[in-house]
Design a protein around this ligand. Structure first.
Ligand SMILES: *Cc1c(COP(=O)(O)O)cnc(C)c1O
Length: 387
């Protein structure tokens, strides 16, 4: 065998032995609570379509109509000739929604984090991150060339020690707003004041908060009442609660202009299809106008937490749509996920390296499109597999 084949086979074999082998299931229906998988109907509790907008008829109409008018491909990067009116209007509307001076669209959240962090810090600077941050921020920190350290999860004291011990040029602190595998919130008010005391900048990845948190769904900053001064760099994604695709960085005029000049994952990539931006504009409108989606989601969260803890499951400290059930061993999490699937419920098992070793979990996510009956069905299945 070629050394590459040998190496790859060894990696694959080891993954299997560790119960960490990842596989994809093929879906033959639109995203929503009822999915068609391999010709079979299952109830899904693992999407990030928190507001249930991914297959909304108004989004579909907007996308189809824009595709007829503007075509499919954007044709080029934003800086060459791919920046359409739909992109521009969407950026304006995101800035307004989030209460920031401006916003800049990226094709994905991964690229937004990579592009923003590597543009803002480099050699001679520091980037401090919560140790449970999303992989895209951790990767960006490593790539940036800045001094990169992680502080204890949700610990302003641990962060303070990092900030105080650094004497270089600039310090950027980056955290998830809602932690994607735990569902808990970052203590942003405390973090913001700690960062300001040390003349740093705070960046928040609000992938799971945007659309869900705050009175109008503007996200974690609205939830805590934090302005652009508190959180100068706000990142959000459009593929989760917005049910569409893409991401943004929002902040000051100066920040956005600098990212346009410096951000490599913004500059060297094709702009998203304008029809996607057109559909996302409808998402923003629905997310703001239809607050019942957030209200219903909150009811489901309360109902799930009550039901699952009555069954004796160990929940995490999460007030959000992300409701992990702590299991521990990888093989146990896999077996439970499989048993639920056999009963018609799709809940993914999250294993290392996505979460720390020994903390494999079932990650239940709830959406505004789920009914009480569907949730009760999941709870009954959870009861069943526990026995
Ligand atoms: C999903 C996610 C991302 C990546 O966003 P994509 O648009 O899917 O690339 C970044 N950060 C967090 C916290 C996420 O959950």
């Amino acid at each position: 065998m070629n050394p590459f084949d040998q190496h790859l086979q060894a990696v694959l074999d080891e993954r299997r032995l560790q119960h960490r082998y990842r596989q994809r299931r093929e879906i033959g229906s639109a995203q929503g609570p009822v999915l068609n998988v391999d010709g079979r109907k299952v109830i899904g509790f693992c999407s990030n379509d928190y507001l249930g907008l991914a297959a909304h008829p108004e989004l579909i109409d907007a996308m189809s109509q824009a595709a007829r008018e503007l075509g499919v491909g954007s044709g080029a990067s934003h800086l060459v000739c791919g920046h359409s009116r739909e992109h521009h209007e969407l950026e304006r509307e995101i800035a307004e929604y989030t209460g920031r001076e401006r916003a800049l669209l990226f094709s994905t959240g991964y690229m937004a984090n990579l592009g923003a962090i590597t543009a803002l810090v480099g050699k001679g600077d520091a980037i401090w991150q919560d140790r449970l941050n999303h992989a895209s921020m951790l990767d960006a920190g490593a790539l940036s060339g800045a001094r990169f350290g992680r502080f204890l999860h949700n610990s302003p004291a641990s962060l303070k020690a990092k900030l105080a011990g650094f004497s270089g040029a600039r310090q950027l602190v980056a955290v998830d707003g809602v932690f994607s595998m735990d569902g808990d919130l970052a203590p942003l008010p405390e973090l913001a004041s700690t960062v300001r005391e040390h003349s740093g900048w705070l960046m928040v990845d609000d992938a799971h908060g945007f659309g869900c948190l705050g009175k109008t769904g503007a996200g974690i900053c609205e939830h805590f009442g934090l302005s652009q001064l508190d959180v100068p760099v706000l990142m959000g994604t459009l593929g989760k609660a917005m049910g569409s695709f893409g991401a943004f960085i929002a902040g000051s005029e100066r920040l956005i202009e600098a990212l346009i000049q410096l951000s490599r994952s913004y500059i060297y990539t094709t702009a998203m299809p304008p029809a996607v931006a057109a559909a996302t504009r409808v998402s923003l409108r629905l997310a703001q106008a239809e607050s019942w989606r957030r209200t219903h989601l909150e009811e489901l969260i309360v109902r799930f937490r009550q039901g699952a803890s009555e069954l004796g499951y160990q929940l995490m400290d999460s007030p959000t749509a992300i409701q992990p059930i702590m299991i521990g061993a990888d093989a146990d999490a896999m077996a439970l996920s499989e048993a639920l699937y056999q009963r018609g419920y799709w809940v993914s098992a999250i294993r290392p390296p996505t979460v720390p070793a020994g903390s494999a979990r079932l990650r239940v996510t709830l959406t505004a499109a789920h009914s009480h009956a569907q949730l009760d069905g999941l709870l009954a299945a959870l009861k069943d597999v526990r026995q």
